[in-house]
Design a protein around this ligand. Structure first.
Ligand SMILES: Cc1cc2nc3c(=O)[nH]c(=O)nc-3n(C[C@H](O)[C@H](O)[C@H](O)COP(=O)(O)OP(=O)(O)OC[C@H]3O[C@@H](n4cnc5c(N)ncnc54)[C@H](O)[C@@H]3O)c2cc1C
Length: 511
């Protein structure tokens, strides 16, 4: 049986980041991926003359050319791939199309904190002071996060919190609780809350700290995508593992993480292979690990309790369209569209459980960022919504394709109605993925694409302060990915892999 320093189970963003940092740091790494290539959601597929990215709308936390380096930038600098990727800047933050009691909202919001606040004041006069306060809280969040880990004891922590009082006041509140305390026009609140759909949690539940952390990073640093989309990052991270003597085994599913006397010993695969290691980084969800990969008698009670306490976040539903006209010809001038029937996030979130009522969508047109996103004279639209229920698990097999197609059709209708742009007659290629597709593809329970739901009592802050670095009581077992402490998304998943790897390099995986 071959022995490795570290085995990584799953090659999604979290697994790849962990594997690359460990391999670069001199560890002998084996990454095992069930699919034909690593990436997880970070991959693409072809239909006809179009290449569609499965997931990446925008990468948060890279901060190209900015002094305040984002977390992904620090990771990519560490493994030496920042300059190997051809980056494309996303032109604007988002276009929100919705309505509130004052009528239709159609707001195109820019990147850059000052630009964003100025634009907000244009759309919602009287919002400036509150918006400035919100972004000053964003800066406090960053300061506290950066310094918390450096505190030597609890007194240092108290001093830090005392110096950042707004953080202290707001970090345990929901987005709506904080906004309700501000003198801010309702329209400005609605525009500010547009990103809630990314996190699949309404603003009564969503932690202000977590939400602001995300918005602040987007608006301050801007966002990017690689020219060859997510696959360019996936390949670059995989290449770091291979070129540093790591092994990547694809088309192989891990069936057991072997645990003896409370510590990991290695893994077994569906293909009958066995590998030994004292450290395993699991990129599969804790739910998958504890229900399928680790024998029941070895699972600490605390690990099970944490799993049972958590709720799954949204399951993904996507429609990818290859259109036979250019973005310019069709009038697809914006990159990212948030479309909500109305701006009441609590109401809309409730309606997201069923296809008859879910009319929320985030749609991107990559051609609005760079023309080469598809062949000349064509364009791509990539539409995503989330289901906060397990409705799709119960669709009878004989109805599956009909309901999937009907719901996809309703998403196209919603887009056409909201933007006034006719796209249906220009569809050359179409592909649809339901939560069942995502479940089969990545083994994520119920096709969840966003890990565990981020709530104010189970958000980034609560998880970071309460979890040990490994997120498990089993010695040598680490978790990395969208189910981790940093919540979901590319940068979050990568960041948990980065954290796990740094901890392993520092401690040898023994703490
Ligand atoms: C449609 C869509 C749009 C999105 N848009 C964005 C966006 O614009 N920006 C953003 O930041 N995030 C976005 N996300 C979210 C982002 O893609 C995910 O949060 C992130 O990629 C999750 O990474 P992960 O490390 O958790 O791994 P996953 O992508 O979940 O991958 C896990 C990997 O582990 C493998 N695996 C699981 N079990 C086993 C096993 N037993 N043996 C071997 N291999 C196993 C799976 O095959 C898979 O490859 C989007 C997601 C989707 C689906």
């Amino acid at each position: 049986m071959k022995k490795y320093d570290v085995i990584v189970v799953g090659g999604g963003n979290g697994g790849l980041a962990a594997g690359a940092v460990l391999a670069k740091g001199g560890k002998n790494v084996l990454l095992i991926e069930k699919s034909h290539s690593p990436g997880g959601f970070a991959t693409s597929f072809r239909r006809g003359r179009f290449e569609f990215d499965v997931s990446l709308h925008e990468l948060n936390g890279f901060g190209r050319g900015k002094e305040a380096l984002g977390g992904v930038r620090v990771l990519f600098d560490t493994i030496g791939i920042s300059d190997k990727i051809n980056w494309v800047d996303i032109p604007e933050a988002y276009r929100l199309i919705s309505s509130d009691e004052n009528g239709k909202i159609d707001a195109v919001m820019p990147f850059g904190i000052e630009n964003y606040i100025n634009k907000m004041e244009e759309y919602a006069p009287g919002s400036r002071k509150a918006a400035e306060y919100i972004f000053s809280c964003g800066q406090q969040n960053l300061r506290v996060l950066a310094q918390m880990g450096k505190c030597k004891n609890v007194f240092d922590q108290i001093k830090l919190l005392a110096a950042n009082r707004d953080f202290l006041h707001n970090s345990s509140k929901s987005v709506n609780e904080v906004l309700s305390l501000l003198d801010m026009p309702q329209r400005a609140r609605n525009i500010f809350k547009a990103y809630w759909a990314y996190l699949c949690a309404d603003c009564d539940n969503l932690s202000f700290f977590h939400y602001l952390q995300m918005v602040n990073t987007y608006i301050e640093l801007g966002s990017v995508i690689p020219f060859m989309r997510s696959l360019e990052m996936t390949n670059a991270m995989a290449e770091v593992i291979s070129s540093n003597n790591g092994d990547i085994l694809v088309n192989e599913t891990v069936t057991e993480i072997v645990v003896e006397n409370g510590a990991v010993k290695g893994v077994k695969t569906a293909g009958g292979k066995e590998f030994s290691a004292d450290v395993v980084v699991c990129n599969a969800s804790p739910h998958s690990a504890f229900s399928k990969l680790i024998k029941k008698e070895h699972i600490p009670e605390g690990d099970l309790k944490r799993c049972n306490f958590r709720t799954f976040s949204g399951s993904g539903f996507c429609v990818w369209l290859g259109l036979n006209k250019s973005a310019k010809e069709l009038g697809l001038d914006n990159y990212s569209y948030f479309i909500f029937p109305d701006a009441d996030d609590v109401k809309q979130f409730k309606l997201m459980g069923h296809p008859d009522t879910n009319r929320v969508q985030n749609t991107i047109c990559p051609n609005a960022a760079f023309e080469g996103a598809s062949p000349e004279g064509t364009s791509i639209l990539s539409m995503t919504t989330l289901f906060n229920s397990f409705w799709w698990d119960n669709v009878p097999e004989e109805d599956y394709f009909r309901v999937k197609n009907e719901f996809a059709s309703s998403m196209i209708d919603t887009f056409e109605k909201a933007t006034g742009i006719k796209i249906r007659e220009h569809i050359e290629e179409i592909e649809i993925a339901s939560p069942e597709t995502f479940a089969r593809f990545t083994l994520n329970p119920h096709g969840t694409i966003y890990g565990y739901l981020g709530k104010k009592n189970d958000g980034v802050l609560a998880r970071t302060l309460s979890e040990n670095k490994r997120m498990s009581g089993i010695k040598g077992l680490y978790f990395a990915g969208g189910y981790g402490t940093k919540m979901n998304g590319y940068s979050s998943a990568m960041s948990t892999g980065f954290d796990a790897a740094r901890h392993i390099l520092r401690t040898g995986g023994k703490d």
